[in-house]
Design a protein around this ligand. Structure first.
Ligand code: HEM
Length: 441
């Protein structure tokens, strides 16, 4: 027995609708057919689950019945067996080795690098300049990731990394949306470009690993911790290949998602001057004329609410998925082995059952008493359950520090007449970017 769902074509099922409308197709399907919807992308049978209780069922209660979904395995060359893609006891061992890099005392250690890198960006901006703010945020978070993960200034590598990332996203999308994706071993133009991009990223990451292994100086970046980490049970560390997979995963999973949230935040602030003023007032009262530190972050409550609200409306990870490894069920519907369950942040976080006036940008909602009554899995920008984003506290700290430094000095105004559209590829992108003018305060 399948739940109801939108009609599809004989061959591709609903792939064409998804290709055309992406996140809007998911929303339309959920609003029309309910909390469990059946759809098909070519041969893949899919349930879309859109109620917090069902999301909890998949991510927490029945999490042992699922692994990550097929899309994450499309490009094994890239993330290898890193945290995002590994499974079972191997994943658990790795999670235990990697997680200590994100405990509170370590975060406090990364904060000065976040502040210094943001100050450097700021020094380049001139009043009245036209800048595409998403490109600026990508550059910033890339440099922050290079510094905090690898202890590298990496400014010379950033252009190469940005280009490699674009190529990889294009290749991913092509494979995901194709009825019959060309296998990676086929020497198509896109596959060849993709492999070159992975090689370039590998070169950079292996160079970082070599430098760090050779260095006698105690460093405080994540890579040093990965190289020192030992399994509690067998005392073993990670091979270079495994360190590479984890480092690449943290690097890729961390910086683009953070840049996207910041870009959407500037976009929203440009349209909501009252929120921008309130943000400024908070920053000026918590940090009168000085730079923020790690300890200030907890006091920047409205700043945090702005980020939470930006991620509600424009979640960088707009959908996550799981594949059943045995017979199980969702919302009472049987799920066969091999089927995929999708859960969309975009769909659920704009559902009027869980958020009053859901399309409105209203950071205040996160500071009101009613915030306590939002069901836990109605808001899941970082996922949930055992596979919750390992970098979520790092990202929240980074975003608060960046806003606290930039907002008092500049106001970002959207280019008049610019339309910015959220386009879902691997993550949710502003297209054609967020063009605007940097105005002085
Ligand atoms: C605003 C920023 C971020 C967002 C929205 C985000 C979102 C997510 C989501 C939704 C997942 C769960 C995926 C799933 O269950 O299928 C995830 C997992 C993950 N994220 Fe993040 N993330 C962010 C920042 C970061 C940062 C800064 C890092 C590292 C420095 C990071 C590293 C990871 C890793 C390694 C995983 C896999 C964890 C596991 O499965 O054990 N993320 N992220």
């Amino acid at each position: 027995m399948f739940p109801p769902g939108p009609k599809g074509t004989w061959l591709g099922g609903n792939l064409r609708d998804f290709r055309r409308e992406r996140q809007d197709f998911l929303t339309r399907s959920a609003r029309e057919f309910g909390d469990v919807v059946y759809m098909r992308f070519a041969h893949r049978r899919i349930f879309l689950a859109s109620h917090p209780d069902l999301i909890e069922e998949v991510l927490v209660t029945r999490n042992h019945d699922f692994i990550k979904h097929f899309a994450l395995r499309l490009n094994p060359l890239l993330l290898g067996n890193g945290l995002l893609t590994s499974e079972n006891s191997f994943w658990l061992r790795q999670r235990r080795l990697v997680q200590p890099a994100f405990i509170k005392s370590r975060l406090a250690g990364y904060a000065p690098a976040v502040v210094a890198t943001t100050e450097r960006l700021l020094a380049e901006w001139r009043a009245g300049e036209h800048r595409e703010i998403h490109a600026e945020m990508m550059r910033l978070t890339l440099q922050i990731a290079a510094k905090t993960l690898f202890g590298s200034e990496a400014t010379s590598d950033t252009r190469d990394v940005a280009r490699a990332l674009q190529i990889m996203q294009d290749n991913f999308l092509e494979r995901f949306l194709n009825l019959i994706p060309p296998p990676l071993w086929l020497p198509t133009r896109s596959n060849r470009r993709f492999k070159r991009a992975v090689r370039r990223l590998d070169e950079i990451i292996y160079r970082f690993i070599r430098e760090r292994r050779a260095s006698q100086v105690e460093q405080h970046d994540v890579l040093s911790l990965l190289l020192r980490a030992r399994d509690e049970e067998d005392g073993k560390g990670m091979s270079d290949q495994q360190v590479r997979d984890e480092a690449m995963t943290l690097f890729l999973a961390g910086h683009e998602t953070t840049a996207l949230t910041l870009s959407w935040t500037w976009y929203l602030l440009a349209q909501h001057p009252a929120a921008a003023e309130k943000l400024l007032a908070e920053i000026q009262s918590v940090l009168p004329g000085r730079l923020p530190t790690f300890d200030d972050v907890a006091k920047l409550r409205y700043t945090e609410a702005i980020v939470l609200e930006a991620m509600r409306l424009y979640p960088p990870a707009y959908v996550i998925g799981r594949e059943a490894i045995r017979e199980t069920s969702v919302g009472g519907y049987p799920v066969r082995r091999g089927m995929t369950v999708l859960m969309s942040q975009w769909v659920v976080q704009r559902d009027p059952r869980f958020f009053a006036d859901p399309e409105a940008f209203r950071p205040e909602r996160w500071l009101e008493e009613s915030a306590k009554h939002i069901p836990k899995f109605a808001y899941f920008p970082f996922g949930g359950g055992p596979r919750l984003c390992v970098g979520n506290t790092f990202a929240m700290m980074e975003m608060a520090l960046v806003l606290a430094i930039l907002a008092p000095r500049f106001r970002f105004a959207l280019e008049p007449g610019a339309t910015v559209t959220p386009v879902a590829s691997f993550t949710l992108h502003p297209v054609p970017g967020v063009p605007g003018v940097i105005e002085p305060r």
